[in-house]
Design a protein around this ligand. Structure first.
Ligand SMILES: *Cc1c(COP(=O)(O)O)cnc(C)c1O
Length: 378
């Protein structure tokens, strides 16, 4: 008997999404224009408490637009969290700017403010004012935004907050994506809510968001004919995607609850195992726990490694992944500078993401628990 594979994180539709898509069909708004687009934008901005939002085809596109809006030029230094998915840093290369990677601290696994300041001071000493900071809320855990925004102000460097994995996460009630000059979200199929593929750019700068919409529709000047004065992109989200997104937003709170319950489930199961570590939320921090992650230290588990766990679960048709491989270790970025204590390398070596979908059934959780109990002889 072949069991269906248990996935890391799969789409989970509510009841409104398909109705909205049917409405889009009924009204023939099958296009990157239409009423669900502005509705989704309004609802996202309201949810994150920013003044405006622009929805686009991916989170990566949203980061690219943020860099364009900050007028990043060839050779400009952009400081970027090293411990992330390549979508955070690829857009730096689109603009031929120079990525400089900053390592993580232990309390959130995100950008270390001390290493960030070191990278800024070093760049200034070389006569280069960094043009942007890209900070990431990985796996839903908010980065140390209060400290990072202090540095942003002290040195006059704008912040792009990559909240692709952190919709629903907050610090003292304030939404991830609303701290920086720009915030970005992703609605890729594996994210906490999805539009099948998509993203959003958030900001309190309504003019910048209007400009983002302009750049995302081929930068067409205001004329009856097609006239263009600068480089644009075909990045707008479709009305169909937005119809799904509007529906998904109505179940976001439930999705956050379910993902947090997954994390609690794994923690209750393995939290006491020697050498297994889960990341607690710092005071005032609220994580959507997009993926449940743990560190497995073989020097304390009696030799059981991350790979032992991953491969055992994989054999049982359960998908698991190592944590993100840091950007400063990627062949794509061998030329790039890197600051900090290389904690991200330890995270990459010891870390594992467990199945985390909000649609995991009790039976699936039991299957996963059985395999984990086996590996750790519980
Ligand atoms: C998913 C993701 C992105 C990019 O989003 P896409 O919509 O897939 O382009 C960027 N950064 C992080 C951290 C992500 O997880």
């Amino acid at each position: 008997m072949s069991k269906e594979k248990i996935l890391l994180s799969s789409p989970h539709m509510g009841l409104e999404e398909f109705k909205n898509v049917q409405e889009a069909f009924a009204t023939n708004w099958i296009s990157p224009a239409g009423p669900f687009i502005s509705l989704f934008e309004e609802k996202l901005a309201a949810y994150c408490e920013t003044k405006a939002a622009a929805v686009v085809q991916s989170g990566t596109a949203a980061i690219h637009l943020a860099l364009r809006l900050l007028d990043i030029q060839e050779g400009d230094v952009v400081l970027c969290q090293s411990f992330t998915f390549v979508g955070s840093s690829n857009p730096i290369l689109y603009e031929k700017a120079t990525p400089v990677f900053v390592d993580s601290e232990k309390e959130t696994w995100n950008m270390c403010p001390l290493a960030l300041e070191e990278s800024i001071v070093d760049s200034l000493e070389k006569g280069q004012q960094p043009k942007a900071i890209i900070v990431v809320h990985l796996y839903g855990m908010p980065a140390k935004m209060p400290e990072i925004m202090v540095l942003s102000q002290k040195y006059g460097i704008p912040v792009i907050e990559d909240a692709a994995e952190a919709l629903g996460s907050t610090i003292n009630g304030k939404a991830c994506g609303s701290f920086g000059d720009f915030g970005i979200l992703s609605f890729n199929g594996n994210k906490i809510i999805t539009t099948s593929g998509g993203g959003a750019l958030l900001s309190n700068n309504t003019e910048a968001i209007a400009k983002a919409r302009f750049l995302a529709t081929q930068a067409k000047d205001n004329a009856p004919h097609y006239q263009h004065s600068e480089i644009g992109y075909n990045y707008r989200m479709s009305n169909i995607g937005a119809a799904i997104g509007v529906g998904q937003l109505t179940v976001l709170a439930e999705r956050v609850e379910a993902r947090r319950a997954n994390h609690n489930f794994y923690q209750a199961l393995l939290g006491e195992v020697k050498g297994v570590h889960f990341l607690p939320e710092p005071e005032g921090y609220f994580s959507n726990r997009w993926l449940s992650c743990l560190l497995i230290d073989p020097s304390q588990t009696g030799g059981i490694t991350r790979e032992d766990v991953r491969l055992t679960l994989e054999k049982g048709s359960i998908e698991c992944r190592p944590l993100w491989k840091p950007m400063h270790l990627q062949p794509l970025f061998t030329q790039a500078k890197h600051y900090g204590n290389s904690y991200s390398e330890e995270l990459f070596e010891l870390g594992l993401c467990l199945p985390s979908g909000s649609n995991l059934t009790d039976d699936q959780k039991q299957q996963i628990a059985n395999q984990l109990k086996n590996v750790f002889s519980l």
